[in-house]
Structures are given as C-alpha cells and as structure tokens.
Design a binder for this molecule. Structure first.
Ligand code: GDP
Length: 321
C-alpha cells in the first residue's frame, strides 16, 4: 500500500514539475529584447511590419502606412519611409523588406551616440517632464558610470518636489554615490553650485543633475532650467543635456518636450519605458522630429535597465525572421 502511495505521489510531483517548466518557458518566449535594446519582435513595430510584407500587392502601401502610424513612427517619417521604398519599385516582398530596412535606417543620423563627458567634473544635466522617468534614468546612468569605474555625484536640483530629492537620496544610497540636496522650494541653481563645489573637493569624475519637470508652471520652469544650465556649465560648459522622454506618451509626448529644446541645448535623448511601449516606432519619430540623437533606452524599472541605443541593431531586429 505504501509503495502505491509513493508511486502516486511521485507521478503527481513529476506532472506538476512538467507543467511549471512548460509555463515558465512559454513566459520566457513571450518577451524578446533585441540587440537595439528595444522590444520589437513580439508586439511592436517589427511584428506589424512582418505582417505587411507577407505579400506584395496593391494594398501593401496602405498596410505599411497603417503599421508605421500605429507603431507611433509619426506622419512625416511615415510618408518619407514609404516614398523611399515605393519609388524604387520593389518586385518582391523580400526586396521591399530590404528597402524598408534601408529607409528606416536613413531616418537615424550617423552620429556618435556616446555621452559627451568633458571637464573636471563632467556635467550631465537631465531634463524632462514629471513622470517621464527622469529620476530613475539619473540613477540608472549613475550606476552605469560607476560600473565603468567613474566616481559620480548626484545633484537633486528638483527643489520643487521634496519627494523628488528623497527618491534621489534613496537611489544614491543604493548605488553608493553622494547626493547633494537643497531646501524644498529653494534655488535649484544653488544646489548645482554646491554640488560642483563638493565634486571638485572630492575629485569626482561626473556630476549628474536631476532637474524639475513641472509642466503646469512652464514659463518659470524654463527660466529655472536656463539658470541651472548656466551654473552647471561653470567655466567649461555642460557636456551633456539629456532629455528624458516617456516612450509610452506617443506623439503627445513629443509636442511637450519641444519646449525644453528652446530653453537648453539638448544633446541627447534617453527614451524611458521602452519596455512598456508596444509600439517601438517612437524611437524613429523622436530622432527625426526633434533632430537630437537617441542615446539611451530605458527597458525596465531596475537599476541596470538602461541600454545604449544602436540604430543598426534596432533596424536589423525589426525585420529579422
Ligand atoms: P520623474 O518624475 O520623471 O523623475 O519619473 P520617475 O523616475 O519617478 O519615474 C516614474 C515611473 O516610471 C516610476 O514608477 C519608474 O519606476 C518608472 N520608470 C522609469 N523608467 C522606466 C523604464 O525604463 N521602464 C519602466 N517600465 N518603468 C520605468
């Protein structure tokens, strides 16, 4: 009797294990991150494009337009991409796909996407609207630089929200880097000044400045950012002004951030929450609409979920089988 119970329990245990393994492996297969650092294969732009070119017929161009717009590529880049492919009269679906790869790649500038780090210390000013993922990106960037052997100091120049400084403080402790904060409602530029003094005294390599992003107070915000940028530049100028953009905000997000470009010289875009964007095409829209290179993509909430953006890898992944 005991032997029968033993056999039954063993069979049930093996069956449960098999079911768990199958469930876990199916889960793993659903999320694929491509070498461009952006999930495009399962639900995003890549998946839509593969359906478009399942055949080449009179409806292909409408299907392509729908797919690009639905993936957030934006109206102007969509028209340009279709025109580039169509004008070369592809004869087969395969030929059309190859031309499409080239057309999407042509939307990205051939430019150095590394961060501009110069000066002692180098200064990175991070701007963007509240909720875009700014503070998290500052923390991820600090972690990334520390991994590369650099010493980093964070400046909590969003004095408008006490929660913002506290959040940065917590990240600083976790990463093991100093954080300079100011009084709530105090002068943001004064925090930057103190941060630079402190960084020089400690021979810190890079200062990353987290700024305010209160959109409802736009005019004062832009004046404040100009002042922060001026003070952060010191004698050598600011190396990098990184604009953080929420990838899930779509075309509306783009309209909001143009203002930042007129206040401070944005030199790169960090596209946060690409893991939550089922569209992926926003990366094309950002670069061609704002005329600023996408340098980094945020792919999750964890500290290491920040990847350099590589346009060639991104395009290759779009149409990979
Ligand atoms: P801030 O107001 O612009 O400073 O935004 P936060 O850094 O506080 O981020 C707002 C929310 O977005 C937080 O819940 C973050 O965890 C989340 N977030 C930031 N970056 C990413 C990302 O790349 N992926 C995901 N999934 N969430 C992110």
């Amino acid at each position: 009797m005991e032997a029968v119970v033993y056999v039954v329990v063993s069979v049930v245990a093996v069956a449960v294990a098999v079911v768990v393994i199958l469930l876990v492996s199916r889960r793993g297969a659903r999320v694929e991150t491509d070498p461009g650092g952006v999930e495009t294969r399962a639900t995003g732009l890549g998946a839509r494009l593969r359906v478009v070119f399942s055949s080449l017929d009179s409806d292909t161009w409408t299907r392509l337009e729908d797919a690009l717009l639905a993936a957030d590529v934006g109206p102007a880049p969509t028209s340009r991409i279709i025109e580039r492919v169509r004008s070369q009269s592809p004869k087969t679906a395969q030929e059309a796909r190859a031309l499409l790869s080239d057309a999407v790649r042509a939307e990205f500038a051939d430019t150095d996407r590394g961060l501009n780090l110069w000066g002692e210390p180098s200064v990175i000013v991070v701007v963007g609207v509240n909720g875009s993922g700014k503070t998290t990106t500052v923390a991820k960037l600090a972690h990334h630089l520390v991994q590369q052997g650099k010493s980093v100091l964070l400046a909590a120049a969003d004095t408008y929200r006490a929660a913002g400084s506290e959040q940065l403080d917590v990240w600083g402790q976790r990463i093991g880097v100093p954080v300079v904060t100011g009084q709530e409602g105090g002068d943001a530029a004064a925090v930057v000044y103190d941060a630079l003094e402190s960084a020089r005294a400690r021979s810190i390599d890079v200062v990353i400045v987290d700024t305010a992003g209160r959109l409802h107070d736009n005019k004062n915000l832009m004046e404040e950012l100009k002042k922060v940028h001026r003070v952060a530049g010191g004698e050598g100028g600011v190396g990098e002004v990184l604009l953080v953009l929420d990838a899930t905000a779509g075309q509306n997000g783009l309209a909001q951030v143009r203002e930042f470009g007129s206040a401070v010289p944005v030199s790169g875009v960090a596209l946060a929450k690409m893991d939550g964007s089922a569209r992926g095409g926003i990366v094309v829209a950002v670069e061609s609409t704002l005329g600023v290179p996408v340098k980094l993509v945020g792919t999750g909430e964890t500290i290491s979920a920040l990847d350099p953006f590589d346009p060639s890898a991104f395009v290759a992944s779009l149409l990979a089988e």
